[in-house]
Design a protein around this ligand. Structure first.
Ligand SMILES: Cc1cc2nc3c(=O)[nH]c(=O)nc-3n(C[C@H](O)[C@H](O)[C@H](O)COP(=O)(O)O)c2cc1C
Length: 322
């Protein structure tokens, strides 16, 4: 059973599924589970903590995995890129910033360079920078992102790639949690899918059970793109990006009062950090996308990969070839 695409060929994997490098949640255990199930698993290097990244590469054992970084944050701690590349990852995934300064180094280390983009303009920058794979991320996505919808951004980037750089591969991200989503992504012109929220809701993800529970009972209507939780965590995100979470009491209280919240400063940061650690869902928000409404169980990542691939293959009629 397989859905061969340019992505499976290029990465030497069985299923065209990549697990997103979700900061804090995607550790080595999750990345290894996805790779061992026939996809490509990525560690969420996120904002960059050298000791944490080392521990996660160790946790992944011998599995062939990759690692991702939030580019604007990594740019402040450039040694972390060297540290990750020293582990010979299969790929290095960047998002939220211009990848141009880093692509030559990533490729020289033998890693496949993946860049996640939120606009057509950024896709062109990624092509010019020489990225191997572009991930077109729609606003449905869990975590940080921007405004465009997956349904239109993916085919628009596919058309751009076809004209400007046919050898570049394309993945879709945002709103893909089952075989329907994967099949749709391929139909839109992608070579595969980057899946975040569905793997966030897996047994291997580093997520407090209370936060999992809050997402399981939520529908897509209950999610919101906002910046309250970034301010609460003390992150200075560029203004163009915000983060989709499941609404909770805390988010409702501060939405529209961001300036006031910034002024509250350190006290808010401390209480938010403690709530995340304790799984206090009245304060800490579950970071999940609109697909949270399609997720009803916490399952092992291998089960998620297998079912997604099987469902997509059935929907595509078994005769899928690209
Ligand atoms: C909990 C969570 C954390 C995330 N953290 C990151 C991150 O650190 N870096 C990144 O490039 N993308 C991150 N993302 C976004 C993913 O790369 C991806 O675009 C998104 O999850 C796809 O949409 P989906 O959640 O609907 O599958 C995160 C997503 C989630 C759900």
């Amino acid at each position: 059973m397989a859905i061969p695409t340019r992505l499976t060929q290029r990465l030497g994997i069985q299923h065209p599924i990549i697990s997103a490098p979700m900061a804090f949640a995607a550790g080595g255990k999750l990345a290894a589970a996805v790779s061992n199930a026939g996809g490509l698993g990525l560690i969420g290097g996120g904002y960059g903590d050298g000791d944490w990244i080392e521990a996660q590469f160790r946790a992944a054992g011998n599995a062939r995995i990759g690692c991702g970084f939030i580019t604007w944050s990594m740019a402040k701690h450039l040694h972390l890129l060297d540290q990750a590349l020293a582990h010979k990852p299969k790929s290095l995934f960047l998002s939220f910033g211009d990848p141009s300064p880093y692509i030559a180094k990533i490729k020289a280390a033998g890693a496949i360079a993946i860049q996640q983009v939120q606009t057509l303009r950024d896709a062109q920058i990624a092509i010019d920078a020489g990225c191997d794979i572009i991930v077109a991320q729609g606003a449905e996505a869990g975590g940080h992102g921007e405004k465009r919808a997956t349904m239109t951004l993916v085919p628009e980037v596919a058309d751009l790639i076809a004209v400007r750089s046919p050898q570049t591969l394309l993945c879709a991200a945002g709103g893909i949690a089952d075989g329907r989503g994967l099949a749709a992504a391929l139909m839109l012109g992608a070579d595969g899918a980057v899946v975040g929220s569905r793997f966030w809701a897996s047994s291997e993800a580093l997520v407090h059970p209370h936060l999992h529970q809050a997402a399981l009972v939520a529908s897509g209507d209950d999610t919101v793109r906002q910046s309250v939780t970034d301010i609460a965590r003390g992150y200075d995100w560029p203004e163009r990006y915000n983060i989709r979470v499941v609404r909770n009491v805390y988010v409702e209280r501060w939405l529209g009062r961001e300036a006031e919240m910034r002024a509250a400063g350190e006290a808010e940061r401390q209480s938010y950090g403690a709530a995340v650690a304790a799984g206090d869902t009245s304060i800490a928000a579950a970071i999940a996308g609109e697909v949270t409404g399609l997720i009803h169980t916490i399952e092992p990542a291998s089960v998620i990969v297998q079912r997604m691939a099987e469902e997509a293959e059935t929907l595509l009629g078994g005769g899928w070839r690209r």
